[in-house]
Design a protein around this ligand. Structure first.
Ligand code: ADP
Ligand code: NI
Length: 215
């Protein structure tokens, strides 16, 4: 198996698994993360094969997308073991996937350059024009409102309000998206994040102005 064969097989696996997702983790999210990871890897001198394979597989065992995440994780491990990927790289890819998710809290930094690259690529897909599209797609999927001026920042909500679904798409910008710029690992991702971040700030200004009929 050449690296190219393994990557194309991984692509087929992911397309099949994520084809019907509408939560913002569909195949095209994977496609964008792969494209961005490859671009960052080339600039930062990271291993392109490991970055692309990890980017392709990073969401297949995600707990949000699998009724049985432990089974999905085992399936992923079995698939990799049988894929022809050398054992050291299998270990590296699994480590990246297992440690890259944001999950709110401060996590230890990614151990390897390839991990930092793929994490940056995934985070970049949550900001900018595409990131804005994904927030609203995800909120709709969850049945949440676009915006409620009385619910601006989650820190100001009680637990009950939050559980009752008062979380809004606009609130998610403050909860997560506007924080991602500072979390980029690599210089090239920081550069990309700057422009995407500015785009979101401009978007929010326009949004509030339109909300009040001012523009
Ligand atoms: P990851 O890709 O790291 O798994 P998430 O699953 O948390 O990230 O987010 C996937 C997409 O869904 C992102 O674009 C994110 O902005 C959006 N999203 C996640 N949580 C919320 C939320 N509470 N409200 C709106 N959008 C959300
Ligand atoms: Ni992702």
């Amino acid at each position: 198996m050449t690296q190219e064969h393994i990557l194309r097989a991984a692509e087929a696996l992911v397309k099949e698994k994520l084809a019907r997702d509408s939560s913002g983790h569909d195949w095209w999210h994977i496609y964008r993360v792969v494209q961005t990871a490859k671009a960052i890897a080339a600039r930062e001198g990271a291993d392109g094969f490991v970055c692309e394979l990890a980017a392709l597989l990073h969401d297949v065992a995600d707990e949000k997308l699998n009724a049985d995440p432990a089974a999905a994780q085992r399936e992923l491990e079995d698939w990799l073991a049988a894929s022809g990927t050398p054992a050291a790289q299998v270990g590296h890819v699994l480590e990246i996937i297992g440690t890259m998710s944001y999950k709110g809290g401060a996590r230890p930094p990614m151990r390897t350059l390839e991990g930092r690259v793929v994490q940056d690529a995934d985070r970049l897909d949550a900001i900018g024009a595409v990131g804005i599209a994904r927030v609203f797609a995800y909120s709709g999927w969850k049945g949440r409102p676009i915006h409620d001026p009385s619910v601006l920042v989650r820190e100001h909500m009680t637990e009950a309000e939050y559980r009752d679904g008062k979380d809004t798409a606009i609130n998610h910008f403050y909860e997560k998206l506007l924080k991602l710029k500072e979390l980029m690992n690599t210089p090239y991702a920081k550069q990309l994040a700057e422009e995407r971040h500015r785009f979101m700030e401009t978007y929010l200004q326009q949004f509030y102005a339109e909300w009040e009929g001012e523009r």
